[in-house]
Design a protein around this ligand. Structure first.
Ligand code: KG4
Ligand code: ZN
Length: 360
């Protein structure tokens, strides 16, 4: 294994509406993790506007990078590699972040490393609550479940650059099911957090919402039926009572959350059976959901497997996760090519050999 780590990694994340930067030390500790969210700017549009996001990233990416350096207590001269998200995500925002990272790497005379956003979400699980690298865990092989606003999929992560997709959603992602249902309920954007807050006060068994592809013994997901079921439940109630009352909103939220979690547990169980992996890693914004975390912990306990969950601060989009993934590649001898192109669509199991050269 080639380590050759002579300094820190500065990581940049800008795939959606967060401008983020983080510094990871040579031994894999998170020294700083700075996020500038544009959430308030996009909330008034009911979703992220790509062009608006790009323009804000142009201002904020250099700012958060500088702030990450200051908070880490280092200088730009201590950086041996600038890493950035290269895809998937919104192309404008990706180009801003990766263009900045490449330019900075050239000006510092250091390495550049392009990181897959979803791989970042998975490596986020390798740090403990204090940002210290967990010593008991050195990575692959593991079964990976990604549950974010744009992706829901199971992967067999056999090793760096050796990932097989086992099944993904045929329609909406789990986060999308939360967000679209929240919009129907008038809860605003992004709705996942709001739904999970209401769900704490609701009856999860009041509505028997469907679980997509339940009968199939495969590893695919389907969540698009949920928003229609939520719409029908709202319409029925509003036609009878005139408006959506608080308790009903809580019951819908709890029933919706239960169904999404049930589907994720069911398919994860199938994948564990199929792959026989002993470690399960979860990544993506929906992993912030308390019910999902609790039920996954119970599943892991029952099956006697190791479960790796990202800690608060590392769950939704951040740059520490990008830096941690970069660190995993870098210490194995991977160096990035400046010719690596940002792309909106980039499957996690795609061949990315052209993004790298490997040192020995
Ligand atoms: O990974 P992420 O930050 O961005 C993407 O790459 O998509 O995930 C954002 C998603 C959104 O759909 C958001 O509603 C959802 O994560 N989310 C939650 C919770 N917190 C964030 N969903 C359910 N429960 C939560 N507590
Ligand atoms: Zn994400």
């Amino acid at each position: 294994m080639a380590s050759n780590m002579s300094g820190c990694i500065l990581a940049i994340e800008s795939s959606c509406d967060e401008s983020a930067a983080a510094v990871i030390s040579a031994d894999g500790h998170v020294l700083s993790n700075v996020i500038h969210s544009q959430i308030d700017i996009h909330a008034e549009f009911g979703g992220v506007v790509p062009e608006v996001a790009s323009r804000h990233h142009i201002h904020h990416v250099p700012e958060v990078a500088h702030e990450a350096i200051v908070q880490a207590g280092i200088s730009f001269q201590n950086i041996c590699c600038v890493a950035s998200t290269i895809g998937p995500g919104l192309i404008g925002p990706l180009l801003v972040g990766s263009g900045y990272a490449k330019g900075l790497a050239i000006s510092l005379g250091c390495d550049f490393l392009p990181v897959h956003h979803l791989e970042g979400h998975l490596w986020a699980a390798c740090v403990d609550r204090n940002g210290q690298r967990a010593r008991a865990w050195d990575g692959p092989p593991f079964l990976a479940l990604i549950v974010s606003g744009g992706h829901t999929a199971l992967y067999d992560y056999r090793g760096i650059g050796d990932i097989e997709i086992l099944g993904e959603t045929r329609d909406d992602a789990a986060g999308e099911a939360f967000d679209k249902s929240a919009k129907l309920m008038g809860l605003g954007y992004p709705g996942g957090v709001r739904i999970s807050q209401l769900a704490e006060h609701g009856d999860a068994n009041r509505f028997d919402f469907p679980i997509g592809l339940r009968q199939k013994n495969n590893l695919e997901f389907s969540f698009s039926g949920l928003k229609n079921a939520v719409r029908l439940a709202i319409e029925k109630h509003v036609s009878q009572k005139g408006e959506l009352d608080y308790q009903l909103a809580c019951d819908i939220a709890a029933s919706l959350e239960k169904r999404i979690v049930d589907a994720l547990i069911l398919k994860t169980k199938n994948a564990l059976k199929q792959t026989k992996r002993q470690t399960l890693v979860l990544g993506g914004g929906v992993v912030a959901n308390r019910r999902l975390r609790h039920e996954m912990q119970q599943l892991a306990q029952k099956k006697g497997i190791m479960l790796k969950l990202p800690q608060p601060g590392f769950i939704t989009d951040n740059a520490a996760m990008i830096g941690l993934a970069a660190h995993a590649y870098y210490r194995r001898g991977y160096r990035g090519q400046l010719s690596a192109k940002a792309a909106a669509w980039m499957p996690l199991d795609a061949d990315r050999q052209s993004h790298f050269r490997v040192t020995t």
